[in-house]
Design a protein around this ligand. Structure first.
Ligand code: PLP
Length: 370
């Protein structure tokens, strides 16, 4: 059997995004031990760079070994105790997964539904908290990858706090692509993924926990039901304490990659990266509209990094995506959930938010639909 040599694709789906050669080269460096002093130094640098990316001073800021779903699960298993009421704002597929997580952690999920493609409505959250004053937590997806909706995290967190609840925020698609300010917005717990706007291969989930979340964790009456994700244990390896103890064997080379990608984000500057995503979103939108294609969603609520495009009547969704892949080596995403067969999802994430990507996508799509 020959070695596997993947085709060279241009990735413009909902993630993974294109990975820069600098990140791939970093991942190919020699593997060292996960308790090697040199590696422990790298871990400290990754934590410092992640704090910058999240805009936080939270000491507990580190990448969990596992994809974004593991970051999601880590937040819920640590912060939800059996019997806790959690308000879950659901405006797409990933809000639905939050509900699942709450229930599997023994919590009671009160779901506040918003229409797909729309941002989470702050008033509905306010109403749900008024009728459920026992709620301890609020959870929502800031950047819904299934619908392209951007929610106002700052306002939603303020509402949660006004009602004495903590806020868990999904920033899997948000981090690096749109303004996000964990400390400025007082977010209690947040998780992300590496394969979207950080442009790393998938497999790591940056998380950050603030003081209130850690207090809730410390006050638990029941142990965290997951051994692997119990923050009390994993922090023995990742915390700033002088001695790091073995918890699990960290994905060493994946962490080299994350370090390099975070360095690149730092070199570009967070604000510049957000502006780059916004610029290429505007260009893509103009090009799509010139082809009579329309973006779903409402003005002011669209993610620049994930564009949901209605498929015109009579156009064969699967055939177009296959042609893009076969003839142009270009991947765009299919619709998810309610949007299956009705919309495409075009990602402009991280390295894939560039003029080259926008032009390649518009040209290929125009030709594939002809
Ligand atoms: N949350 C959101 C908003 C996502 O877009 C995704 C993945 O697309 C996830 C969670 C889960 O991340 P992963 O697929 O890395 O497990």
């Amino acid at each position: 059997m020959p070695s596997f040599n993947p085709p060279l694709r241009t990735l413009m789906g909902p993630g993974p995004s294109d990975v820069h050669p600098r990140v791939l080269a970093a991942m190919a460096r020699p593997t060292i031990g996960h308790l090697d002093p040199a590696f422990v130094g790298l871990m400290d640098d990754i934590k410092a760079l992640l704090r910058q990316a999240f805009k936080t001073r939270n000491e507990v800021t580190f990448p969990i070994s596992g994809p974004g779903s593991v970051g999601m699960e880590a937040c819920f298993v640590n912060l939800v105790e059996p019997g806790d009421t959690v308000i879950v704002c659901r405006n797409g597929v990933f809000g639905g997964r939050m509900k699942e997580n709450v229930e599997r952690a023994g919590g009671v999920a009160i779901v506040v539904d918003d229409p797909w493609t729309r941002a989470v409505d702050p008033q509905r959250l306010e109403d749900a908290l008024e009728t459920n004053p026992q709620a301890r937590l609020v959870a929502f997806v800031m950047a819904e990858t299934s619908t392209g909706a951007l929610s106002d995290a700052s306002t939603l967190v303020q509402i949660a706090h006004r009602h004495g609840a903590l806020a868990i925020v999904d920033a899997v698609t948000a981090l690096g692509g749109v303004p996000l300010d964990v400390d400025g917005w007082d977010i209690d717990a947040i998780y992300s993924g590496t394969q979207k706007c950080l442009s790393c291969p998938p497999g790591l989930s940056p998380v950050s926990f603030g003081a209130r979340a850690l207090d809730k964790l410390r006050a638990r009456k029941t142990p965290v039901q997951s051994w692997f994700l119990d923050l009390n244990l994993v922090l023995g390896y990742w915390s700033g304490a002088a001695r790091r103890s073995y918890h699990h064997t960290a994905p060493i080379n994946a962490l080299y990659g994350l370090h390099e990608a975070l360095l690149m984000l730092h070199e570009e500057g967070l604000e510049a990266a957000w502006a780059r995503h916004a610029l290429h979103h505007r260009a893509l939108r103009a090009g799509l509209e010139a082809m009579d294609l329309r973006l779903a969603g409402a003005d002011g609520e669209r993610l620049p990094q994930l564009n949901v495009v209605g498929i015109p009547d009579g156009v064969d969704d699967a055939r177009v995506r296959q042609t893009l892949l076969d003839d142009y080596d270009l991947e765009i995403g299919a619709g998810l959930g309610e949007f299956a067969g009705k919309a495409w999802r075009i990602g402009l994430m991280g390295q894939s938010a560039s003029r080259r990507h926008v032009l390649a996508c518009l040209t290929a799509l125009g030709s594939a639909m002809a």
